[in-house]
Design a protein around this ligand. Structure first.
Ligand code: KIV
Ligand code: ZN
Length: 385
């Protein structure tokens, strides 16, 4: 089974979420947890961005023993020097150099010709090779770059010494078919591509970040970049827990796997949410509060008979205790009776009918009927009768 490397950028692209600012202590706490989660590569920050970020990347670089630690850098010598300063104590350091390649970025942001972009990328990678044996290069906005030119940029990066070439869909513009086709074309046409790793980096502006990453895997990507809980610039990045669980659940289809410690997913998600202050939406795949909660009576009845009727993954796999059956107006007698048994009430048929009627009355008035609600009316009305 092919291994897919996971590159976590929660501490860099994730920190680019509006309103998020992580100090060194918080970055360290998340980095330790990411290492416990078995993350292959961790981008700890952008050392040239501020003295504080350089210090934080350095602290992570010194602390981690298993995951590779990465620092982001523009294609400039001062940035590369700062990245070296931050990463020189790491067990397994890697620099991540980016330079935009799309026509829009070349014209409006960089004011560079195609040739100048190639030359600048080549010079930066060669300069970084003085310090680093692992160099990732990203043609920023690769997703909107002319495909033949992207092949040229990739070939230049490989020749200059890049060990990973990352293909960012910086603005989350592409569809899975188009994104997958870029990987296929690079694999089929770029000389030397077999000597490096190809990486996918997607944003979720159109809600396709995870689908695009999976399309990249189907077309030969070796590494997926993303964040925990999918946080990041604007609509966020590919959510790494979604990729890991998609590969785990559909191994039959993808024929690829990660080496993530899946049982650490829930804990990591909670920590990232707490320290970034970004709540996880209830309906978020894998880690949302409702991801393993069942509300309708028909689903609850199915779940009580056999969990695979309505669950394709077990909550225990990601480190949660169990699925929940939310009691509300759609719940049926089967789920209600199980809840009573859980709470320690074994009622006869008549009492159960009375209790169920009372429960339905209450459920019409409340979004969710809690254990406390049930115990209160049982104590008042049923048990005494
Ligand atoms: O989205 C992007 O293009 C990036 C690059 C720095 C890789 O985050
Ligand atoms: Zn990004």
């Amino acid at each position: 089974m092919r291994k897919i490397y996971l590159f976590d950028t929660t501490l860099r692209d994730g920190e680019q979420s509006p309103g998020v600012n992580l100090n060194t202590k918080e970055k360290l706490e998340i980095a330790y947890q990411l290492e416990r989660l078995g993350m292959d590569r961790i981008e700890a920050g952008f050392p040239a961005a501020s003295p504080g970020d350089l210090k934080a990347v350095n602290a992570v670089a010194r602390a981690l023993k298993h995951s590779s630690v990465i620092g982001l850098s523009r294609a400039r010598t001062q940035d590369i020097d700062a990245a070296y300063e931050a990463l020189k104590d790491a067990e397994d350091p890697c620099i991540h150099i980016f330079l935009a390649s799309s026509p829009i970025h070349r014209k409006y942001k960089l004011n560079m010709s195609k040739e100048q972009v190639l030359e600048t990328a080549e010079a930066a990678i060669k300069y970084a090779a003085k310090y680093f044996s692992k160099i990732e290069f990203s043609p920023e906005d690769a997703g909107r770059t002319e495909l033949d030119y992207l092949c040229q940029v990739t070939e230049t990066a490989i020749k200059a010494g890049a060990t990973v070439v990352n293909i960012p869909d910086t603005v989350g513009y592409l569809t899975p078919y188009e994104y997958g086709n870029i990987f296929k074309t690079l694999k089929d046409t770029v000389p030397g591509i077999e000597n490096i790793q190809l990486s996918a980096h997607c944003h979720d502006d159109l809600g396709m970040a995870t689908a695009n990453a999976l399309a990249a895997i189907l077309n030969g990507a070796d590494q997926i970049e993303g964040t925990i809980n999918g946080i990041g610039e604007r609509a966020g990045n590919t959510s790494l827990e979604e990729v890991a669980m998609a590969l785990e659940t559909r191994q039959d289809f993808f024929q690829a796997k990660t080496t993530l410690v899946l049982s650490e997913i829930a804990r990591t998600s909670r920590l990232v949410s707490k320290l970034t202050g970004m709540a996880v939406p209830g309906n978020k795949a894998i880690v949302g509060a409702n991801a393993f909660a069942h509300q309708s009576g028909i689903h609850q009845d199915g779940m009580l008979k056999e969990k695979t009727t309505y669950e394709i993954m077990s909550p225990e796999v990601i480190g949660l205790k169990e699925s929940t059956l939310v009691l509300g107006k759609l719940s049926g007698r089967h789920a209600f009776r199980e809840k009573l048994l859980d709470l320690g009430y074994e009622l006869g048929e008549e009492q159960l009918n009375l209790a169920f009627a009372k429960f339905k009355e209450l459920a019409d008035k409340k979004k969710e009927v809690t254990d406390e609600d049930i115990m209160a009316f049982l104590e008042e009305r049923i048990v005494d009768t």
